[in-house]
Design a protein around this ligand. Structure first.
Ligand code: ATP
Length: 551
């Protein structure tokens, strides 16, 4: 709810002003019509300079109020979208990585694209609904002045009408919620579609199966649910309108039988009631959009994202700079467990006791699925330990220190992301330093880096992209380096450069270097080697002389 409250609080002024402008525009157009009426009725006898000026003045007021109201609504729309996008992006970055992994990127994308759109649209309805609600209240007050009996009858009728409208609306909102869940699946399928292009293009049966068993059924299900929502909405709006005319019929045919009423008063009631129709229609038309917004808001809340400023992004003051050096980093009895929903299985890493020292190359080795990457996420503070603690220079790292702690690491994970520019590394000599590393990584003929840090291209081979990721890590110049199977995609010559030159250089510069590797030919490059088996650390010893000899 906090998101909605925040938005409403920030937009309250704009919403009130938009409603005011709308009312002014409505009142001045009513004023214009009544003047036109009076002039026509007078047969032109009323036309003098004052009348013309008054007419023109109301016309200008109407135009100004209309433009003002529309401009405010446009501004509200763009600002709301901006704020929602900014808030949600910050909140995603403030959410623990493990939670985001559990949610899946497709859900986050669906929220960023879909929920933000729905929420913006529904917030935009608020001024229009308020404006029409003002008109409805005005009409009701007028009716109350005309006849208390008619007004009381209208209230009773309205209560019945709202109840008969609201109950099916609740069921319509349930369908909207279902549609929203299906939309998540649609984003997952779109992700498979764009991520699996090669696999789908190369295998006709797989492509057919993907389309007929996964994507198209989801699309069809969504279409069905959306059709249901639209159909129910049409029925409900029509029901609302027929109730309305039923009420006018009651007034015309039943009221004169209950109480004496002049035909002039009857005309007055009927006109006022008819005037109610347009704003009521407008409110009813907008209700599904508001419902959609409510569903989107609920969905965002269910993601249980962190609050901006708690984890990822610096909120206010506070040291976020990484310490320039580390003398000892320890994992003491650290554990992490993955639960696999549906299968009832689990994988537990640890308890792990491990120390990392500056000026030392530590290899983490082990079979596929033994827990190396999980250990890397615990070492770097991307996962908080479920038990045990991480200590930096003897001091335990708690939740409050984790953001600062993470700034100690320069990493290249096996599923690294390459940005289009060297972000957050601004320095006067950035381009020069980067060029030096490009030479060293044998990329100078492929990639250029301008003074702002923009890369000329990232359309490179997998091995070359990894070298660019390594370049970013070099430029970060942090006390601890962690490489997760970095050399797996390198040619033999560059593997040799990595293990025999680049790693020793980092060590010589006093960096602590953690290397996850399957390259047993180079295990002798480690000062210390630890092996993981099914989540347990089975060895922690110096690099074996045998592998040194083998290389
Ligand atoms: N996001 C996740 N959710 C659930 N289980 C996971 C997740 N990531 C990893 N696992 C499980 O944890 C275990 C260890 O995974 P991890 O990625 O740490 O292994 P690894 O040693 O790095 O493997 P590899 O050498 O293949 O990269 C695996 O059995 C895997 O099934």
């Amino acid at each position: 709810m906090s998101l909605l409250v925040l938005l409403l609080r920030r937009s309250a002024g704009a919403v009130a002003l938009a409603v005011l402008c709308g009312l002014l525009s409505g009142a001045s157009s009513a004023g214009l019509i009544s003047r036109i009426n009076a002039i026509l009725a007078s047969g032109g006898g009323l036309v003098d300079r004052g009348v013309v000026l008054g007419f023109a003045g109301i016309g200008v007021l109407m135009l100004g109020a209309r433009i003002g109201s529309q401009l405010l609504l446009n501004r509200l729309q763009t600002r709301t979208t901006y704020e929602l996008r900014a808030q949600l992006s910050k909140r995603i970055l403030a959410t623990p990585l493990r939670r985001l992994e559990e949610l899946g990127t497709y859900r986050l994308l669906a929220t960023l694209v879909d929920d933000i759109g729905s929420l913006t649209q529904s917030l935009l309805c608020i001024p229009v609904i308020l404006l029409n609600a003002c008109i409805v209240l005005g009409c009701l007050a007028y009716l109350a002045m005309l006849s208390r009996v008619v007004f009381a009858a209208l209230l009773v009728f309205a209560a019945l009408g709202v109840t008969s409208y609201w109950i099916p609306t609740l069921s319509m909102m349930r369908t909207q919620r279902k549609a929203r869940e299906t939309n998540d699946r649609l984003f997952r399928d779109f992700r498979s579609l764009t991520g699996g292009l090669k696999e789908l293009m190369l295998h006709r049966e797989r492509r057919e199966a993907f389309l007929t068993r996964e994507l198209l059924p989801t699309v069809a299900e969504l279409r069905g649910l959306q059709t249901q929502v639209l159909m129910r909405h049409t029925l409900l709006t029509s029901w609302g309108m027929s109730l309305f005319f039923f009420f006018i019929g009651l007034m015309l045919f039943v009221l004169p039988g209950i109480t004496p009423v002049s035909s002039q008063a009857l005309v007055g009631y009927t006109l006022a009631a008819l005037y109610l129709q347009q704003p009521l229609d407008s409110i009813m038309t907008l209700l599904p959009t508001v419902g959609q917004g409510a569903v989107a808001l609920r969905h965002i809340e269910q993601l249980e994202l962190g609050e901006a400023g708690t984890q990822g992004l610096p909120s206010a003051a506070g040291p976020h700079e990484a310490p320039a050096s580390v003398s000892r980093l320890e994992l003491c009895g650290v554990t992490h467990t993955y639960l696999r929903d549906g299968e009832g299985t689990r994988f537990t890493l640890g308890p792990i006791d491990l120390a990392i020292h500056p000026g030392e190359i530590l290899f983490v080795v082990g079979g596929n699925g033994s827990g190396k990457t999980t250990l890397a996420k615990l070492i770097t503070g991307l996962y908080a330990p479920e038990s045990g603690e991480v200590r930096l220079d003897g001091k335990p790292i708690g939740e409050g220190e984790r953001e600062r702690y993470r700034q100690l690491f320069a990493t290249v994970f096996s599923d690294f992301h390459l940005f289009e520019a060297l972000l957050g590394l601004a320095s006067a000599d950035l381009a020069d330093r980067a060029r030096g590393y490009l030479e060293r990584l044998q990329l100078a003929h492929k990639v250029e880096i301008d003074a702002s840090g923009a890369l000329s291209t990232t359309q490179l081979s997998t091995g070359q992209r990894k070298r660019l990721a390594l370049l970013t890590a070099y430029l970060e110049n942090r006390p601890v380096y962690l490489f997760d199977e970095w050399a797996a995609d390198q040619d033999p010559a560059f593997k040799e450069v990595f293990y025999r030159q680049l790693l020793p250089d980092l060590k010589a510069a006093g960096k602590a270097v953690v290397v996850i590797s399957h390259d047993d030919r180079y295990f002798d490059a480690a000062d210390r080697l630890v092996r993981l088996e099914s989540g347990a650390l089975v060895t922690d010893r110096s690099a074996p002389a045998t592998s040194r000899a083998a290389s």
